[in-house]
Design a protein around this ligand. Structure first.
Ligand code: ATP
Ligand code: MG
Length: 406
């Protein structure tokens, strides 16, 4: 097995202008540093056109898994640093090719040289190394336009660098470049996908989760935290803000007509999310609503609910079909957890027949019968904030506690 010594990272959708570009590269370097922070031997060198990650012995296989989840990376290539002799170039090129070449594949050699004093020029190297590989690998074919493998040789001042893989990153923008926002995270399928898509556009999110003890269990809360931990793989850390919601739900159920339970609950959720956003310096609110999916997600419902704020409410999965959302949920690893049946606060107080076309003036009128400010203040006073990191365990611990009680 080849021991890769560095990784060359190419940037994604980069706005080419000065300050934005600097911000993009600076954030990306910070985010890469965060996801690799348990490898202290690694050095990260962000440059104008690409980033070099010097491994210093760290295993590429593990680094590879992490880089696949960093937004802002278009492609990357693992490379080996070798001494500047023809013999070393040929020997290592052959080793690299033997690892990636499969019967029938085509290849080409592509040499770049920043050390112009090196004894061979790029053409000579292309031809000599190509010939050497032909002599040592059966049925190898050259192809200049669309080769399956490109063997890149870079002759720099300090050494020669070889690579023959181009790995695709997730693209998007580095988390943080678009500013901060609040994400409304339930335990369902849609809001984790919406979270992923928000982060992909560079938004630094904090989760707001409404829970209703004693009507909801500790497991439902643990599930939302567990989902957050999976999503933290894409940014390193996410703050999880738990908001007690039982008093609000009880009050609405006791005092207002059943047809408007859902609409008024959602109005409270959005008002609370907006308070938290303002406190924490966020610019927008994201949620997992999809047009027409359920009663609270008709356009009429959105009008009656969105009324409580002028803050932008962004709905990344608004126009996606459920099957498309599920596909993404599977890809990002949240689906299996999302379908676990721990009911959150909405399912418990869901009226049997919520209005699919609530009226805005009615919603306002009913809500005004309640002590809105008092309810909101008490919920705000009960907030709990937990920083959550990748691969933390919440749900297993919870299941264990429950078993201990038996
Ligand atoms: P999801 O699959 O994300 O739960 P859903 O299809 O079940 O979505 P709803 O339950 O109607 O839809 O919720 C719509 C959106 O409202 C959610 O995607 C989420 O953004 C927000 N939301 C719902 N319940 C909660 C909650 N308990 N805490 C925080 N946000 C919530
Ligand atoms: Mg839900």
């Amino acid at each position: 097995m080849i021991k890769y010594t560095e990784v060359m990272v190419r940037y994604g959708e980069l706005s080419t202008k000065g300050k934005n570009r600097k911000d993009f590269i600076g954030r990306l370097a910070g985010n890469v540093t965060k996801v690799l922070n348990d490898f202290p031997e690694i050095e990260i060198h962000p440059r104008h056109d690409r980033m070099h990650i010097v491994l210093n012995g760290a295993p590429f296989e593990e680094i590879d898994k992490r880089l696949k989840k960093v937004f802002g990376i278009q492609t990357y290539s693992p490379a080996v640093k070798i001494p500047k002799t023809l013999e070393d170039i040929e020997k290592t090129s052959l080793e690299l090719m033997k690892e990636t070449f499969k019967e029938g594949m085509t290849f080409k050699v592509n040499t770049r040289r920043s050390d112009h004093k090196f004894e061979y020029d790029t053409n000579q190297l292309n031809i000599m190394v190509g010939d050497y590989l032909f002599d040592h690998i059966d049925n190898l074919k050259a192809e200049m336009k669309h080769p399956d493998i490109v063997l890149r040789i870079e002759v720099r001042q300090d050494a020669v660098y070889l690579s023959n893989q181009l790995i695709h990153g997730v693209g998007g923008m580095p988390v943080g470049t678009a500013g901060k926002a609040i994400m409304m995270l339930s335990g369902g399928i849609d809001s984790p996908v919406a979270s992923y898509l928000a982060m992909k556009r560079g938004v630094d999110i904090e989760m707001v989760h409404f829970f209703s003890p004693p009507y909801t269990t500790d497991k439902a809360l643990a599930k939302a935290k567990q989902l957050t931990s999976i999503l933290a793989n894409y940014c390193g850390k996410i703050n999880f803000i738990a908001v007690p919601f039982a008093e609000i739900q009880e009050t609405i159920k006791e005092k207002l007509p059943e047809g408007y339970l859902m609409t008024i609950q959602r109005r409270f959720m959005l008002q609370l999310a907006d308070r938290i956003r303002a406190q924490r310096g966020g610019l927008a609110i994201f949620n997992g609503e999809s047009v027409g999916q359920v009663a609270s997600q008709t356009l009429q419902s959105m009008v009656a609910i969105n009324d409580v704020t002028t803050t932008p409410v962004i709905r990344p999965v608004a126009t996606m079909d459920k099957t498309e959302i599920i596909k993404l949920a599977e890809d990002i690893g949240t689906f299996d957890l999302s379908i676990q049946p721990f009911e959150d606060c909405c399912t418990i107080f869901a009226p049997p027949r919520p209005k699919t076309k609530p009226k805005l003036d009615k919603a306002r009128e009913y809500e005004a019968r309640l002590d809105v400010e008092g309810l909101i203040e008490r919920a705000m006073a009960g907030i709990e904030i937990t920083p959550i990191y990748p691969n933390q365990e919440f749900l297993e611990d919870q299941v264990q506690e429950d078993m201990d009680l038996l």
